[in-house]
Design a binder for this molecule. Structure first.
Ligand SMILES: CC(C)(COP(=O)(O)OP(=O)(O)OC[C@H]1O[C@@H](n2cnc3c(N)ncnc32)[C@H](O)[C@@H]1OP(=O)(O)O)[C@@H](O)C(=O)NCCC(=O)NCCS
Length: 403
């Protein structure tokens, strides 16, 4: 089925013949020319029937891709999730409602799949709240002057790290990643095509830095690149995966043992313990804080019943969802970590829009902060305190890989 948004624009499912135009629109929107490795990755991951295009005559002027994903939620369940990527509207056709029309169509399809979650990453934080999406994982960019990174004696010593060549890394990393993502809220199942792209390590994705180096541990790994910045020798960590504290400490100790390196730059969760392992708390400097994974809850009861909680709770929440009209008022009862969530006619004790519930869902944000910002309402402050307490998590939410 195709839908016309105005006299000229048609919204429809893509066909094989649209690929060149899709590729051209994406490179124009995001400002890069895809290499043959990029094209292979794209064509392996996405099928034309998963792509919505907006066309005007023979031109593709809008596009969005929907694909299958699986995301771990607090407690370790994996939820079927639809991913959205490559959202792009031609600079010649901005602000005429093309994105909105594509999203209406995509989300009707997503609703029909029954997936309780949708995930995307956002180039601009102002776009997606209106569609019920909220930032659901937080990450910090950090920089460490490695020359002064001394570990406290109490920090786990950690051992078992090995220098690993790319060929061996390709046989070890996917299994370690998979064990990690199954215990990490926010982490996704990772397709083999992504791994193939990672290990192919195309030179036009290195931003002038070296090819990838790998360190492995039985319960974790690091991949990183070397580059120069003036007279400084810098290491950029591409991926740091640690299933437990020993692997975390062992890998960081090894990274900080790269004697000829001045600075290490990485992305980590704000709760990562590196700072607390070092004698100089200030030697890890946060240079940026950003959102990574954005989520939209499609089915409130299914999503809330799928995760685990850390305290009992009885409340009534009203979720407003003007975009899809899939909100409502729900009685939420939590006992021994498990929730039951049912529609109710009772008066709401806490009211919030769908994007905020989606932000809170993996544990990265608290209702009380949104309440302070005037974006969550409660019948009494204690309601919010109890809600936040129950929605706490024991492991920080982290996005697994960029998409
Ligand atoms: C972002 C982009 C897809 C928007 O497409 P568009 O067709 O112009 O968007 P629409 O006209 O359908 O706008 C939908 C709504 O989002 C708002 N909006 C869209 N882009 C916005 C932006 N960058 N900042 C703030 N609001 C934005 C519009 O004002 C509109 O609001 P309303 O419907 O509530 O009145 C397009 O500008 C683009 O392709 N940008 C470059 C690539 C990119 O950033 N893609 C997103 C990747 S995550």
């Amino acid at each position: 089925m195709s839908v016309s948004t105005d006299n000229q624009i048609t919204i429809r499912t893509a066909t094989e013949a649209d690929w060149p135009a899709i590729q051209l629109l994406d490179s124009t929107g995001f400002g890069f020319h895809p290499s043959s490795a990029d094209k292979t990755l794209t064509r392996t991951l996405y099928r034309p029937e998963d792509i919505v295009v907006a066309t005007e005559g023979d031109q593709v002027v809008g596009l969005a891709i929907e694909f299958d994903m699986e995301i771990t939620v607090p407690g370790g369940n994996q939820l079927p999730t639809r991913g959205i990527t490559w959202v792009s509207v031609a600079p010649t056709h901005r602000r005429r409602g093309i994105l909105r029309s594509m999203f209406v169509r995509l989300h009707h399809h997503i609703a029909s799949t029954g997936a309780p979650l949708v995930a995307l990453t956002a180039s601009d934080a102002r776009i997606y709240n209106r569609f019920g999406y909220g930032p659901a994982t937080v990450s910090e960019s950090i920089t460490i002057d490695r020359r002064f990174a001394d570990f406290r004696p109490q920090a786990p010593t950690g051992s078992g790290v090995r220098i690993t060549d790319a060929q061996t890394a390709a046989t070890l990393l996917p299994a370690i990643y998979d064990r990690w993502r199954l215990v990490t809220p926010g982490a996704q199942r990772r397709p083999q095509a992504h791994w193939d792209f990672t290990f192919a390590d195309p030179s036009d994705h290195r931003a002038g830095a070296s090819g990838l180096f790998f360190l492995t541990h039985p319960d974790g790994y690091v991949s990183y690149r070397h580059r120069s910045d003036g007279s400084d020798s810098v290491v950029d960590i591409a991926e740091f995966v640690a299933i437990n504290d020993d692997a975390y400490a062992a890998l960081w100790r090894t990274m900080c043992g790269l004697d000829l390196v001045t600075r290490i730059e990485a992305e980590q969760h704000p709760e990562d313990p590196l700072r607390l392992m070092l004698t100089d708390y200030r030697s890890v400097r946060t240079t940026r804080r950003s959102d990574r994974l954005w989520l939209r809850i499609m089915n409130v009861p299914a999503a809330l019943e799928a995760r685990e909680y850390v305290a009992d709770l009885d409340t009534v929440i009203k979720i407003e969802d003007p975009f899809l009209d899939s909100g409502g008022t729900f009685a939420l009862s939590i006992r021994s970590g498990k929730a039951t969530c049912r529609p109710t006619d009772a008066d709401a004790k806490i009211t919030m829009p769908s994007d905020i519930l989606s932000s809170i869902y993996l544990g990265s944000h608290q209702a009380r902060i949104f309440a302070a910002a005037g974006r969550v309402q409660a019948s009494a402050p204690q309601e919010i305190r109890d809600f936040d307490f129950a929605f706490g998590t024991t492991r920080p939410a982290v996005m697994g890989y960029g998409f």
